[in-house]
Design a protein around this ligand. Structure first.
Ligand code: SF4
Length: 447
């Protein structure tokens, strides 16, 4: 989502004459768009700010125009006033719901006498999405589109409900319009974004609530849009209409990131996830009934407070039962201000390390096994960008695997039929054998 937000910040600043630069040394403004989800996020931001301060000072010594330093995103939201106190050379601190106000904040920062930096960490009543400009074509084949933000679920380990605020869904018409702008600019694949993307419940043109399943159906009708994905979903919000969409909407890719975090009911309850292992497995089975070739991805946290060896073994059992095509796994790290940070029975670091290594070994094995099953098959691959070697292009399979494709003649943005010839732990290799089933033909917008 920060990638999406950064692109939108760039678009909103373009009319002021700003364009993305190559490095801080030559920049008139530097925006650090920060994430608060991982450990020591604030300290990393402050150490990066120290480096930027040197650049800013050097620039001032050389008599050049002052450099504006802005900090955006969830660390800015969490730190607020404290950031301006600890780093008084920062000109702007703005939260993730306030970046549509960047132009006026930049103007205030430039104004002589701006006193101690400009701060905006409000959760405004009006949506920032109502104030953002049209999407600009940037030659991407695949693009993110935020449809939902925030979270009301309050998992005990997570900072998102505090930094991104309550759940909010964009109206259907606004999403369709942004999607059309992106497709008109050459985008072939959209990844719909939300902290709880399948909690989406935006209003349609008639004022009725629309779930993610129906929204996916509406987006699939946009001519030229070949692929739809979404992330990150929550098991509690997988409903019948979304499962139907996986079975019936061809453009919805057979790949789903569906985090479970732990395979122990006791730990799931302590995490306040709102479902147990049996419910998760039911959802996986229903999804795979609707779309038998669905590849699944997941997030896991090991070493949550109170996690015993038996709880951890239950996580390994769940992984074996589901079989993931890829996954992300992390050690629990206490996030200040969250309920889990103060729980007793914190797990020692060496135990967390050992469990993480065991889990990752199993997940890596499953990813390699999954990649191996695609060798010898012919798959539709969206060709995304030229590769490092002549005659090579990099693309993605429907299952979200990266593929290095050998192609005599290819057009970025097209979908080709690729014979998969070999695989590595995290990628595939193959050659084009013909146009894909969603071949989009010649595209005059691409060279
Ligand atoms: S559902 Fe996701 S975003 Fe919301 S609190 Fe839980 S982990 Fe965080």
């Amino acid at each position: 989502m920060n990638v999406y937000d950064s692109a939108r910040m760039s678009e909103i600043l373009a009319p002021l004459g700003y364009a993305p630069g190559e490095n801080p040394e030559s920049a008139d403004m530097v925006i650090l768009n920060t994430c608060h989800i991982r450990e020591k996020a604030s300290e990393k931001v402050y150490s990066e700010l120290g480096r930027l301060r040197n650049v800013k000072d050097r620039r001032a010594e050389e008599g050049r125009a002052p450099m504006v330093i802005a900090v955006a995103g969830c660390v800015a939201q969490a730190e607020g006033e404290e950031m301006l106190r600890r780093a008084p050379f920062v000109d702007i601190v703005l939260g993730p719901q306030a970046y549509h106000r960047l132009p006026e904040m930049v103007a205030r920062a430039h104004r002589a006498g701006a006193d101690g930096g400009v701060l905006n960490t409000d959760f405004p009543i009006d949506s920032k999405f109502d104030h953002l400009p049209d999407r600009q074509a940037d030659h991407s084949v695949s693009a993110f589109l935020s449809i939902q933000e925030g979270c009301d679920k309050f998992c005990t380990f997570c900072v998102v409900p505090y930094t991104r605020g309550a759940e909010f869904s964009r109206p259907v018409a606004q999403i369709l319009e942004e999607a059309r702008q992106l497709v008109d600019g050459g985008v072939r694949e959209l990844t719909l974004l939300g902290q709880n993307v399948n909690a989406y419940h935006g209003l349609d043109e008639a004022g009725g609530e629309t779930g993610l399943g129906s929204l996916v159906g509406r987006l699939a009708d946009i001519g030229g849009l070949a692929r739809i994905r979404y992330t990150t979903s929550h098991p509690r919000d997988v409903d019948a209409s979304l499962i139907d969409a996986h079975g019936n909407v061809d453009a919805l890719m057979p790949f789903l990131h569906l985090p479970v975090q732990s395979g122990s009911d006791r730990i799931l309850e302590a995490m306040n996830r709102g479902h147990d292992v049996a419910r998760y497995m039911d959802i996986v089975n229903e999804l795979r009934t609707a779309r038998p070739d669905l590849a699944l991805s997941c997030d896991f946290i090991v070493g949550f407070p109170g996690e015993t060896e038996t709880d951890f073994e239950a996580t390994l059992d769940l992984v074996r039962a589901v079989g993931y095509s890829q996954a992300y796994s992390f050690k629990f790290s206490a996030r200040p201000g969250t309920p889990a940070a103060g729980l007793p029975r914190q797990v020692p670091e060496d135990v967390k390390d050992a469990r993480l290594a065991r889990l990752r070994a199993l997940l890596d094995e499953q990813q390699y096994d999954f990649n191996t099953t695609t060798v010898g098959r012919t798959l539709d691959v969206l060709l995304e960008r030229p590769g490092r070697h002549p005659g090579q292009v990099v693309g993605r399979t429907p299952y979200n695997q990266a593929v290095h494709v050998t192609a005599e003649d290819f057009r970025v943005g097209s979908i080709a039929n690729v014979a998969i010839e070999s695989c590595k732990p995290r990628s595939l290799a193959g050659r084009v054998v013909g146009p894909g089933s969603a071949w989009l033909g010649e595209d005059p917008r691409r060279g």
